[in-house]
Design a protein around this ligand. Structure first.
Ligand code: HGY
Ligand code: MN
Ligand code: MN
Length: 406
């Protein structure tokens, strides 16, 4: 049995068009108007596939396929996210959601009556670009963050998530966690270069690296760019640049990765020494001890730097997620299904944060990766060939069929 590859790719390409602005950038930030358009489209496809659509209080959407024969049995859940970063690709998250709906459609068309219900989840704010932390909807669902706290989170634009969800019509009533699945499986693009470079079709994802986000504020002294001698400067911008270079040298030793993806200078004028630099540090490592070690090394460096540059440095924790091991049994099912289809499969570690890492808190969980060409992601050049998406969705179908007794 195969999924309907043509239909899946049509859905991916249609959803991919939603949220492209005049400047050609694809942006569907959590709870924004373009996110609503994407949500409406996915909910419509869920209804077309005969799924019961339910929205919980943090705006997670669930498409439930239950039959008279399996009603009341514990469900399996699949799914991912459709919110994006800024100037995003079209496969990140969307493949997992749309392939989940495709599985339900294919199984129904083939007259299959599974022993367990199948639920397709679309989690709110996986990217964490507008509201922090990332993987928020699945974290709340898994009980790792209170719904009230999440709804009260303030966005980078000063909006309140709960109000935005209501405004776009996705402030649901059902309590997050209302369904306890016996397993969760997420199909996702690798977003890194390994599978493409090494020529693998399928990744059986066995764990996911730890992620620490923090916001750092450096306060120096604004002064004239021309008249202030170097030795008398308290340049917040220079200090921020030193932090970036230090972090790169630090992670080269620890085998982690570090990204300073946002930077806000004040007063941000060409001829004024920056009085303030506010930025985020995204630190990741598959090894918890090394990740925690880097955090300590960085904290000590910030203290030393404040002395050296005569600036004030404060750091505020945004997220702290440990590495997550996935379910060995499900990984073996993925490998077996790939082999049966003569697809080259290898074990993978997820470099990216995923909704699956949160669902692993409440049930046996794993992921299936498909290659990203040149490893490009969080970038409009993100690309996975149609056949690679279809291969992944077919392996996804085989594993889910085995697990729900279809
Ligand atoms: O940050 C991440 O790794 C994910 O894309 N939210
Ligand atoms: Mn993703
Ligand atoms: Mn992403």
């Amino acid at each position: 049995m195969d999924i309907n590859g043509k239909r899946l790719m049509e859905h991916i390409n249609t959803l991919g068009k939603i949220g492209i602005g005049e400047d050609g950038r694809r942006i569907r930030l959590a709870a924004s108007d373009t996110n609503r358009q994407g949500r409406d489209q996915v909910a419509a496809w869920m209804e077309e596939a005969g799924l019961q659509v339910v929205v919980d209080r943090i705006g997670n959407i669930f498409g439930i396929w239950e039959t008279p024969e399996n009603k009341g049995e514990t469900p399996m859940m699949v799914g991912s996210h459709i919110d994006t970063v800024i100037n995003a690709g079209q496969y990140d998250g969307c493949l997992g959601v749309l392939a989940g709906i495709e599985l339900c459609q294919t199984l129904q068309e083939q007259g299959v009556r599974p022993k367990h219900p199948l639920v397709v989840g679309v989690f709110t704010n996986e990217e964490g670009v507008r509201y922090s932390p990332d993987m928020m909807g699945s974290l709340v669902y898994a009980g790792g963050l209170s719904c009230e706290e999440a709804l009260a989170s303030v966005g980078t634009d000063g909006t309140i998530l709960g109000e935005e969800l209501k405004r776009i019509g996705y402030g649901g009533t059902v309590e997050p966690g209302f369904l306890k699945p016996f397993a969760f499986l997420e199909l996702h693009i690798e977003q890194g270069p390994i599978m493409d470079v090494e020529g693998y079709d399928i990744g059986a994802v066995e764990n996911l690296q730890g992620i620490h986000w923090q916001q750092v504020t450096i306060k120096g002294a604004a002064n004239h760019a021309g008249t202030t001698p170097t030795r008398l400067r308290h340049d917040a911008g220079l200090a921020a640049a030193k932090v970036n270079v230090f972090c790169r040298q630090m992670v080269e030793k620890s085998g982690g990765v570090c990204t300073i993806g946002t930077m806000d200078y004040q007063p941000n004028a060409v001829n004024v020494i920056p009085s303030e630099a506010k930025f985020t540090i995204d630190l990741r490592n598959p090894d918890k001890a090394r990740l925690d070690g880097d955090e300590e090394i960085l904290a000590a460096y910030l203290e030393q730097l404040a002395q050296e540059e005569g600036v004030e440095i404060t750091a505020k924790r945004m997220t702290c997620f440990d590495p997550v091991p996935f379910d060995e049994g499900i990984c073996q099912k993925v490998e077996k299904a790939a082999a049966a289809r003569n697809l080259k499969c290898r074990r993978m570690v997820s470099g990216a944060g995923q909704d699956a890492q949160m669902m692993a808190r409440i049930c046996p969980t794993a992921m299936i990766f498909v290659p990203s060409v040149k490893g490009i992601s969080h970038n409009p050049a993100e690309y996975t060939p149609d056949q690679a998406c279809i291969n992944g969705a077919n392996v996804f179908l085989d594993v889910v069929r085995e697990m729900i007794g279809a």
